[in-house]
Design a binder for this molecule. Sequence first.
Ligand SMILES: O=C(O)CCC(=O)C(=O)O
Ligand SMILES: [Fe+2]
Length: 334
Amino acid sequence: MTTPARSHRPDHHSPATGTHVLDAADRTAVGAIAERLAADGGEISSAEWLDRVRDAALALPVGLRRSLRALQRHSGAAGSLLVRGLPIGDAAALPPTPAVGGSAQHTPTPPSAALMLAVLALGEPVAFRAEKKGLLVHDVVPVPGSEEMQGNEGSVDLEFHVENAFHPHRPDHVLLLCLRSDHEGTAGLRLACARRALPLLDDRVREALARPEFVTAPPPSFGGVGDETQPHAVLGGDPDDPDVVVDFGVTRAVTAEGEAALPALHGALAATSRTLVLRPGDLAIVDNRVTLHGRTAFRPRYDGRDRWLQRAFAVSDLRRSRDHRPADGHVLVR
Ligand SMILES: O=C(O)CCC(=O)C(=O)O
Ligand SMILES: [Fe+2]
C-alpha cells in the first residue's frame, strides 16, 4: 500500500506562481511547533529564544523547508514566495489589532513563533535600532493620525520600495504574515519583481539605472534617523539578472537621465506587478534583492479588528554586518 502524497510533492509547490500551500498534516505539525515555542515563553529578541527557534525550524515539515531552501537559492520569476495556510492560533484568542505607533512584539505567541520559524529556516533575523526599537517582530497596523504616512503605519497607497533601500545591510528577505485582513478586503500587498519588469525597458533606460546617479534617504519609519546614501545605482550586479535598490518614496535622481529613468522603471514595475489581498495565515516572503513591495489603500476603522500583519526581516549572511551589530546581536545600530 502506498501512502498519500505529502506536501513536498511538486503539486504543492509551484515555482511559476511562487506559492506553497500547507496541507492539513503539515499545518498541524507547524502549529504544534509554534504553540510549544510560544508556551515556553521568553523574549523574542533574546539569544536563548532564537536558539530554540533555530533548532525547532529543523523539525518543520520537509516540504516547507524545501520551498524555503529553494527560495533562498533562487526566488524565481515571481521573486517571492507566498506560503498559505500557516497556523496562527485560535482566532478567538487573537487580541485586538494594536493601534499605536511603533508597535512590535516582545514575547512569543503562536503567530510570531510561526513567523520566526520561517525566518530561522531561511537565515537569521535582523532589526534596525531606529525602527520599532530594534525588536524583531513588527506589527504592521494602521495607526490613527498616520493615515498619509509612506510606511507600515499608513493606510494610503504605499509606493513600491525595496525595504530599507538606503542601508548597506538591508534585509535579504522581508516576511509578512497576515493575522487579520482589512474590513473591506481591499488592502493589497503589491509585489513587483525586476525580473518581470526590466524586459519592458529599453537599453538606454537600463543603462541609466545602472549608473550611480541616485540617492536614497531613510524611510519615515526611521523617524529622521540616518543619512542619505552616497550616489548609488538602482540596478547592480549582472545586467542579465540585476539586483535592484530603489524606494519610490525616498529615492531621487541626481542627473537628468536618471530622473527620466525612474518613472520608466516605475511604469514597468507597476505593469508587471501582482496584488495579493492576504488572508489570515498567509505569509508573503519577498526577495528584497530583486522584488519591490507596496500596498494599496484601505480604510481603517480603529475598532480593534483592523488589518494586522506581523513582519520580520531575514538575512542569509549575518556575519557580513558584524561591525554594525554590537555583541553579535541581531540589532543593526547604524
Ligand atoms: O502593508 C503592507 O502590506 C506592507 C507594508 C510594508 O511595506 C512593510 O511593512 O514593510
Ligand atoms: Fe515595506
